[in-house]
Write a protein that binds this ligand. Structure first.
Ligand code: ATP
Ligand code: MG
Length: 765
């Protein structure tokens, strides 16, 4: 298949497939990507696409594209076209393997009659609230619906009349006879069909009953011949129904469902519902707004399919949910564009320099390479130097701070690819605003830095859209106080520069071509608004990670927020290089890398950061000795401990591995909520100690007692009758408000998952 170097990383799914092929359980792998066409695909879907199509490719199988169109009301042809386009753009092909769930409605219905005849399903007339009530709670078994023991004949007659349209929406449903005492609530007589008198984009008015996801999905898989049905972790509890349906119907095959962790990324949201809200309420310009994490938005922003595929491969496939740093995604894009994007100079906030010792009208063509030497790609352009040039306003300072490596009165800099210029005078208007500089060309002066510039006479004008992260906090959808993600929209996620000046070669940039504006960032022409005579460039990503730099800004950078560091200085080693060198020196670290990855099953990148020095791995292993849950301990060390230690060695913290393990266990056992755990962790990092003692002293033990939470909920609802009424009239967005209230009254100690469920129940009335 592949050589050791480019072999895909192993993961638990590859191991399962290997075993299935080896045992002869399957001779060919068939996977599928099953989007519901009710929105545009986002980067989370890309992970699923790369996984499913990638497995099929690597094992010589096929991957189907399936429109999961069982819900006629929310689906639109626009979304279907968008999905097909995005999957192709990512680089995957499905050939003739395009399916729709609706292709199988007839078979699914026949299987439903089969279930009824076998006494395994019944028509229920309870309404939604009653069904949920009869279902019981985690502590109490469900009660049988009064309609559960109808005769087969009666059920068959009712099901046929449901199909024939005799009943109104919501009057009855078809349910499986599951297990009303099952600890898995989903197995307590799951719904199979509901009535929806809505026209379907493909089947029109043929149907007025539509299968539920849990019933339709396993059958579609079986009917298409899918072998491995891969979905995200939140469907773990649905697997039991998946298997039940396949075991109780004459389905032609026996696919298996496997779950992996969905992708989450910092500074964004990846839920179609929230993305739809951003579009619907006009917080962004559309699904393809370059700030959106949709593939359409990312494409317009300047992301390449290669960068996205590399990213998906690098984050790997795991069984534990976590949030990946946006920086990693941006890093993949920078790496890709570095080799792809020819360099250009652009000045976004120009200030004009007159080179007083150059004759008026004389133009010197300067040759400028399209790529720096280390990229090793040919090509060049010509930059015509005349008497006037623009530089970035932020590259000049009248009162430069110490260490300033740009232009200042009396100082000299090199114009990139050109001469050294020395500043002789500053020109100001009546208000004292600098309107220009007078400089002399002086190749004997000592250059204090190199600046990018643009020839003033020959400059091309363009609009430049500076895109930044859409949200200004890492977890906009996980506010401990339950506030709406919209609260955290980044007000400067788009800054438009109307009149930037670019070197003349910019006029030759063809649509959808990437360029690097030197010392600034990577850009692409906007595929919607850019025209040959009115160029619009979108910033895909800054040259270096400007968010990380916000934390460690030096005086120099604080003084010049727009332009980035001159790229002529020697670069510091990256942390990844430092870790790699440490492993090259220390065989124990190298051995740990292999062991963590191959024996403990860690993601490549987690194994890497844990083995850059001995102290980190020692702490990790001590924590594991105290609590042997690898994913959980890994998450704590990688996400929390390393962040808390910053660049210092982790053994400079008073925190012990034993305490960390104990803390991780308390969270997993629901003794501590995530936010309370952060508090305990903060103290451990500050002072060390025993997490159980800290929890007790600070009164942080999580309340997971339903009665206690229900009491608080009742108080909150009583205190906010208007909000309750508005919620019940359909303003479901208020759930966050109620969550916030309950969490506050509980001192942040209520178990959020449980609270949300209880709240929804209480609010339903
Ligand atoms: P959302 O929860 O945002 O509404 P969804 O899961 O309902 O998304 P689908 O169209 O049903 O959206 O998803 C198609 C496939 O993509 C499913 O197999 C789903 O598990 C997968 N998927 C969706 N979001 C992610 C994600 N963030 N990471 C990985 N896979 C995802
Ligand atoms: Mg879904």
């Amino acid at each position: 298949m592949s050589t050791a170097d480019d072999a895909p990383k192993s993961n638990f799914l590859r191991q399962i497939i290997d075993a299935d092929l080896e045992s002869g359980r399957h001779s060919q792998v068939v996977t599928r990507f099953p989007p519901e066409p009710n929105g545009y695909l986002h980067i989370g879907h890309a992970k699923s696409i790369c996984l499913n199509f990638g497995l099929a490719r690597d094992f010589g199988g096929v991957c189907h594209l399936r429109m999961d169109d069982t819900n006629p009301e929310t689906e639109e042809a626009e979304y279907i076209a968008g999905i097909e386009r995005d999957v192709r753009w990512l680089g995957f092909e499905w050939g003739d393997k395009l399916f729709h769930a609706s292709d199988f409605f007839e078979e699914m219905y026949a299987f439903a009659e089969h279930l009824v005849r076998a006494g395994e399903a019944y028509v229920d007339h309870l309404d939604a609230d009653a069904i949920s009530d009869y279902r019981g709670t985690l502590r109490e078994a469900g009660r049988p619906s009064p309609y559960r023991e109808r005769s087969v004949d009666e059920n068959l007659d009712l099901l046929r009349r449901m199909r024939a349209g005799e009943f109104a929406d919501g009057t009855c449903v078809l349910r499986a006879k599951g297990d009303l005492a099952s600890p898995n609530m989903k197995m307590r007589d799951p719904l199979l069909y509901r009535i929806r008198k809505a026209s379907h984009p493909r089947t029109g008015d043929t149907w007025c009953i539509y299968p539920m996801y849990d019933y339709a999905h396993p059958l579609e898989d079986a009917l298409e011949g899918v072998t491995h049905s891969i979905c995200t972790l939140e469907f773990e509890n649905n697997r039991e129904i998946y298997d039940w349906v396949l075991e109780h119907t004459p389905a032609p095959a026996r696919p298996r469902q496997y779950e992996f962790a969905r992708l989450n990324i910092t500074y964004t949201v990846l839920s179609k519902r929230k993305l739809l809200q951003l579009v619907g309420e006009g917080h962004v310009a559309g699904w393809d707004d370059p700030r959106m994490p949709t593939l359409a938005g990312m494409r317009r922003r300047g992301y390449t399919p290669e960068a996205i595929r590399t990213f998906c491969e690098a984050v790997g496939v795991t069984k534990t949910n976590s949030r990946v740093d946006m920086e990693r995604l941006e890093g993949c894009l920078r790496d890709d564009l570095n080799h792809r994007a020819p360099r250009l100079m652009a000045v976004l906030d120009p200030i004009e320099i007159e080179l007083v010792n150059r004759p008026e009208g004389e133009v010197t063509p300067l040759e400028a390479a399209s790529f720096p030497d280390d990229v090793g790609k040919p090509g060049s352009r010509t930059v015509p130097l005349g008497r006037r040039v623009f530089i970035e306003r932020s590259d000049f300072s009248e009162a430069p701070p110490k260490g300033w490596r740009r232009l200042s009165p009396g100082g000299a800099v090199r114009l990139r690819y050109g001469p050294i210029v020395r500043c002789e005078a500053v020109v100001k208007d009546a208000d004292g605003v600098i309107t220009g500089l007078r400089c002399v060309v002086d190749d004997d002066a000592r250059a204090n830095g190199t600046l990018h510039w643009v020839p003033a006479e020959a400059a091309v004008r363009a609009e430049v859209r500076l895109y930044d992260r859409l949200f200004s906090v890492e977890k906009p959808d996980q506010d401990p106080a339950g506030r709406d993600p919209l609260t955290f929209l980044n007000p400067t996620s788009l800054v438009v520069v109307k009149d930037a000046r670019l070197e003349p070669a910019a006029a030759l940039v063809t649509p959808a071509t990437h360029v690097q504006f030197e010392r600034n960032g990577y850009y692409v022409t906007d595929c919607v608004d850019s025209r040959a005579d009115a160029l619009v460039f979108n910033r895909a990503v800054t040259l270096r990670d400007s968010w990380a730099r916000k934390v460690e800004t030096t005086d120099e950078e604080a003084a010049a927020p727009v332009a980035k560091k001159a790229d002529t200085r020697p670069q510091k080693k990256t942390r990844a290089q430092v870790r790699e060198e440490a492993r090259a020196r220390d065989a124990e670290l190298a051995a740990r890398l292999t062991r963590y990855r191959d024996v403990l099953g860690l993601d490549e990148s987690d194994a890497d950061v844990l083995t850059g020095d001995r102290a980190t791995g020692d702490l990790f292993e001590a924590a594991l000795a105290a609590y042997a849950d690898v994913p959980s301990v890994t998450r704590w060390v990688v996400n929390e401990v390393l962040a808390a230690a910053k660049d210092a060695p982790v053994d400079s913290l008073p925190l012990t591995g034993e305490a960390l393990g104990a803390l991780a266990r308390m969270v997993d056992e629901n003794v501590l909520s995530n936010s309370a755990a952060k508090e305990v962790f903060a103290e451990l990092v500050e002072r060390g100690g025993d997490p159980a003692e800290i929890t007790k002293r600070r009164g942080l033990r999580q309340v997971s007692d339903a009665d206690a939470i229900e009491t608080i909920i009742a108080e909150v609802l009583a205190a906010h009758p208007d909000e309750v009424a508005r919620y019940r009239e359909g303003n479901q967005g208020l759930l966050g408000f109620f969550m916030g209230q309950v969490m506050r009254r509980s001192g942040g100690k209520a178990n959020p998952g449980l609270t949300r469920r209880l709240l929804q129940k209480a609010l339903a009335g």
